[in-house]
Design a binder for this molecule. Structure first.
Ligand code: C2E
Ligand code: MG
Ligand code: MG
Length: 390
């Protein structure tokens, strides 16, 4: 069987090589160029995938998309950019309007596995192709990881930026694979979501973290517990009742439990979704909108949903001290959230200078490697004692 053909176009030679390596490992036949004008001379008809950098000298990615559409190539596209996600999403829309299939968008830098997830989608969907010696976990492996209890939960502190008090923690799932080591949730959660396994993972994380909150509470440590909820879980109308009885059974403090959902969840079945969110709120849970700024929710949707917390995505926070655009988006998000009566949490604080800017911008709370990485539950207490002293 002939190999799938992939073209990489990126003026950053190192990056083009990185993409080519990943694709070659997945058994693609790869052509790579750092000169975008060369694309005009290539035969585009035989290509399966083009991985395209948006910002290049002489000819930009959007111009290349137009060229591609004219060439009647059937290639699917992966868009990459080192700039903000907004441009990536605009480019995606432009491509789709020209009937070009966009497999995915990637903000640089990214991990090999993120690209693999996107390319694997193509391989999976194209007939008669199989994955070969490929690294992504299968649904079967995820399923055995759940059964074999290879999943565990770590907790990352969230801190009040004004008075430095530890407010709570976010529960983050981990998978310790016997051969491959730690597999990050960004890799296996999407596969679990696509294979009806997310409910089992969610039940595990929810029970574990709520039990943990109750245990800390017994030891006199009243920490708020934030739990990520996949949009796939927010379609189960019984979910608020189940969650509430689980919390009561375990002796947890519902008022100190936050359910985090991403903006993308808002896009599908809005009525059912609002029903579930409203009932979660009525039962006393807090609701947080996660990764704010990266999705497509409209202001109207945001105002109508009963969120009381907004988490600004780390893509904006990380560079807030060097990138004016990121700082503006963050400042406006904080203002908007405060006007709507919401608390703001900044994700991805990696330096003191970012922390200081967020304090100036009146951001309420923060989470990030500068203060603490996600930790095992038994590490939290010692970390907290230490933090409280500084
Ligand atoms: P998220 O909910 O936005 O979680 C924050 C992510 O940012 C975590 O990655 C955390 O480790 C990372 N992070 C925090 N501070 C910093 C920092 O200063 N620098 C950098 N570079 N990263 C930082 P993690 O644990 O890999 O989780 C990734 C995503 O996977 C989460 O993003 C969440 O969407 C999803 N996820 C994790 N656990 C669960 C879960 O139990 N259920 C569901 N449905 N999704 C989960
Ligand atoms: Mg989260
Ligand atoms: Mg987030």
């Amino acid at each position: 069987m002939s190999k799938l053909k992939l073209l990489v176009v990126d003026d950053e030679v190192d990056f083009a090589e990185f993409v080519a390596d990943v694709a070659e490992n997945m058994d693609f036949d790869v052509i790579s160029t750092d000169d975008p004008t060369e694309v005009k001379t290539l035969s585009l008809q035989n290509l399966n995938i083009i991985v395209l950098d948006l910002f290049m000298p002489n000819i930009d990615g959007i111009e290349l998309l137009r060229l591609l559409s004219k060439s009647k190539s059937n290639a699917s596209i992966v868009l990459m950019s080192g700039k903000d996600k907004g441009v990536l999403h605009s480019a995606q829309k432009i491509a789709e309007e020209q009937d070009i299939t966009v497999l995915g968008v990637l903000q640089k830098p990214f991990f090999a596995q993120q690209l693999e997830v996107i390319l694997a989608k193509y391989v999976d969907e194209s007939p008669q192709r199989k994955l070969g010696s490929f690294l992504l976990p299968s649904a079967k492996e995820i399923s055995s990881a759940i059964v074999n209890k290879d999943l565990f939960v770590v907790y990352q502190p969230q801190i009040n930026i004004t008075n430095r008090k530890v407010i709570g923690v976010e529960a983050l799932v981990r998978w310790k694979h016997s051969e491959r080591g730690l597999i990050p949730p960004d890799i296996f959660i999407p596969i679990a979501e696509g294979n009806n396994l997310i409910k089992d993972i969610s039940t595990f994380v929810t029970k574990t973290s709520i039990r943990q909150q109750a245990e800390w509470l017994k030891n006199g440590i009243d920490l708020r517990m934030s739990i990520n909820m996949s949009p796939k879980i927010l379609t189960d109308l019984d979910m608020p009742e189940k969650l509430s009885s689980c919390a009561k059974e375990m002796g947890a403090n519902i008022k100190n439990i936050v359910i985090e959902v991403t903006e993308t969840a808002l896009m599908s079945d809005v009525v059912r979704y609002m029903d579930i969110l409203a009932r979660l709120k009525m039962k006393g849970f807090n609701l947080s909108i996660d990764d704010f700024g990266t999705g497509y929710s409209s202001l109207q949707q945001l105002i109508r949903a009963p969120f009381n917390e907004l988490k600004i995505d780390q893509a904006f926070i990380k560079n807030i001290d060097t990138d004016k655009e990121c700082k503006t988006i963050t400042a406006i998000s904080i203002m908007l959230a405060h006007k709507l009566g919401m608390t703001v949490v900044a994700e991805g604080i990696e330096t003191e200078s970012v922390w200081n800017i967020l304090r100036e911008l009146k951001c309420d709370e923060g989470q990030g490697y500068w203060m603490a990485k996600p930790m095992l539950p038994e590490e939290i207490e010692a970390w907290k004692d230490n933090w409280d002293k500084t």
